[in-house]
Write a protein that binds this ligand. Structure first.
Ligand code: 5GP
Ligand code: ZN
Length: 113
């Protein structure tokens, strides 16, 4: 856990979020500035900066998040497909340095991405 990391603070409940799923390893909540009608952020509760710093011990966790995405996307109203985006590092356009999977869906047009 990182004391100043925004998403670690969301995990600890210090900053409110609109949660859609939680278990012991993963938290999923609505993006505060949605780029599509459905825009979820899936994060590991463990502070991992991004895929550049992910390790083999994270393999099951990463697989779990990808397999959870279609279910949550559908439950939240993305009934006709969805997009997964993971930004990594400065050239990847990453703004929050706690690994997160964007899950985007819903009827187009979308605002960005
Ligand atoms: P990145 O650019 O790092 O891939 O994405 C960061 C995402 O986090 C952005 O889509 C942004 O809207 C979202 N975000 C930033 N601050 C907050 C916040 O305090 N709460 C929530 N729910 N989302 C946030
Ligand atoms: Zn963090």
């Amino acid at each position: 856990m990182s004391s100043s990391c925004l998403f670690c603070r969301i995990v600890r409940g210090e900053i409110p979020s609109k949660k859609v799923y939680e278990d012991d390893e993963v938290l999923v909540f609505h993006d505060i500035d949605p780029a599509a009608p459905v825009h979820l952020l899936m994060i590991p509760k463990e502070h991992v900066e991004n895929l550049l710093l992910a390790e083999s011990r994270h393999q099951a966790l990463l697989g779990k998040m990808l397999l959870l995405a279609p279910r949550l996307a559908r439950e939240q109203g993305a009934t006709d497909g969805f997009r997964i985006v993971i930004n990594n590092g400065p050239d990847g356009g990453q703004e929050v340095y706690h690994l997160h999977v964007h899950v985007l869906g819903g009827p187009r047009p979308w605002k960005r991405l």
